[in-house]
Design a protein around this ligand. Structure first.
Ligand SMILES: NC(=O)c1ccc[n+]([C@@H]2O[C@H](COP(=O)([O-])OP(=O)(O)OC[C@H]3O[C@@H](n4cnc5c(N)ncnc54)[C@H](O)[C@@H]3O)[C@@H](O)[C@H]2O)c1
Length: 375
């Protein structure tokens, strides 16, 4: 590791040496994020596809190209690393990097289980390093505005929220790691429900979850339906190359989460469902007003945020004027700022752990067909 950052009280202008492991869509977002972040040099990337390693290395001007995290850590003298690999690898890779003295930004979901997420937090504390999770959907301008409205008390006391991400058909890759329990940890609750959950908790002001009642269904995947590929067809368009056809996770998950304040959250996430169209939404209802938000589920779609309240005793619909839209690059920038800052104790991955505990409880409740407590 370079001496650009050696302890939490020292900041220097020396560029942070950044690496990214994972060459998929997510990994590329981190590469672009580091390239646009000030005082950071993207010096290394790693992944198993040797052709893509070369292509991305050339595209982003990265000289350090490695087949795995271990060789990158041993050779590249990193200060920070992004983990954008299949979910079950987030914990072992994050812990290896943290134990190597490198600050970590991992993709969502934080890990395939709350136990793994907890071990990551422990590693961040043990090594006194920053650990952050990429919750990029909350960077939408609409979420920033809504969180501010709630924090400022405009909606009064928020006691109920609904959040979800549902798809008509969008199971990511039959036979890929996404549909295998060991690698993914779960289906849409874990994959996209985590964004809806994060948005809701963030906007509600991080209430403490205490009980969860969840249910899961696998009605499309096991029948070879619901695949995201294949225009105009509901069927899987292709057999997986060298993979497995097994579908081991849910394709719809739903949950009711009770907070210690008495507030509740209704959560749903599906990769395939007979809905009219895909939807990513968050509604929050308070004593003085309610807000309903729809975010785009595909590039180019519009978003909509409205606040319902009374003005002068008249029902009113308010459409806030929004600031700039944010995404992955903001997560990377704030991670870099946290590493540059002097308050690493506030960045040990505990926000991601809370979400992992809720998702764990959803699956455990679904298995038991009963409400479960969050430890
Ligand atoms: N935040 C978001 O909006 C968002 C969007 C998509 C994916 N993700 C998350 O990002 C992660 C990656 O998703 P993806 O769609 O990019 O996956 P992907 O399957 O397209 O890419 C995974 C990458 O990990 C690499 N990899 C796998 N095992 C490895 C190993 N042992 N050593 C080194 N590299 C290894 C592969 O070579 C590949 O380049 C997942 O956790 C996913 O949930 C987040």
């Amino acid at each position: 590791m370079s001496n650009a950052v050696t302890d939490s009280s020292v900041t220097t202008a020396a560029p942070l040496r950044a690496g990214v492991v994972g060459l998929g869509w997510a990994g590329e977002q981190h590469m672009e994020g580091y390239l646009s972040a000030p005082e950071v040099e993207l010096v290394a990337i790693a992944g198993m596809e040797s052709d893509k390693l070369e292509i991305l290395g050339e595209r982003y001007g990265v000289a350090g190209r490695y087949p795995d995290l271990e060789s990158m850590l041993a050779d590249a003298d990193l200060d920070v690393v992004s983990i954008a690999t299949p979910t079950a690898l987030h914990a072992p890779m994050s812990i290896a990097a943290l134990d190597h003295g490198v600050h970590v930004l991992t993709e969502k979901p934080m890990a395939e289980s709350a136990d793994s997420a907890r071990a990551m937090v422990e590693a961040a504390r043990r090594n006194d390093r920053v650990l952050e999770v990429t919750f990029n959907k909350r960077r939408a301008a609409e979420i920033t505005a809504l969180a501010q409205l709630v924090a400022d008390g405009v909606l009064g006391e928020v006691y109920y929220a609904k959040a979800g991400w549902v798809r008509r058909r969008g199971i990511p890759g039959l036979g890929s790691w996404f549909t295998q329990r060991e690698m993914a940890g779960g289906g849409p609750l874990m994959d996209i429900g985590i964004h809806a959950l994060d948005m809701a908790l963030h906007v509600m002001g991080e209430p403490v979850p205490v009980k969860v009642s969840g249910a899961t269904y696998a009605e499309f995947g096991p029948r070879g339906l619901g695949g995201s590929r294949g225009a105009g067809s509901n069927k899987w368009s292709a057999k997986p190359a060298g993979g497995t056809e097994s579908f081991e996770v849910e394709d719809l998950g739903t949950a009711f989460v009770r907070m210690d304040s008495g507030a509740t959250l209704l959560l749903e996430a599906s990769w395939a469902q007979w809905v009219e169209k895909d939807s990513l939404y968050l509604s929050v209802y308070g004593t003085d007003g309610g807000a309903e938000l729809h975010l785009p589920t595909a590039l180019g779609q519009p978003s909509k945020l409205v606040v319902h309240t009374d003005v002068n005793d008249m029902p009113a619909v308010i459409t806030p004027v929004l600031g700039p839209r944010g995404d992955h690059a903001d997560c990377v920038r704030d991670f870099v700022l946290a590493v540059r800052g002097d308050n690493w104790d506030d960045h040990r991955g505990t926000v991601g752990l809370t979400r992992a505990e809720i998702i764990d409880a959803c699956y455990s409740s679904a298995d038991q067909a009963a409400e479960v407590s969050i430890a």
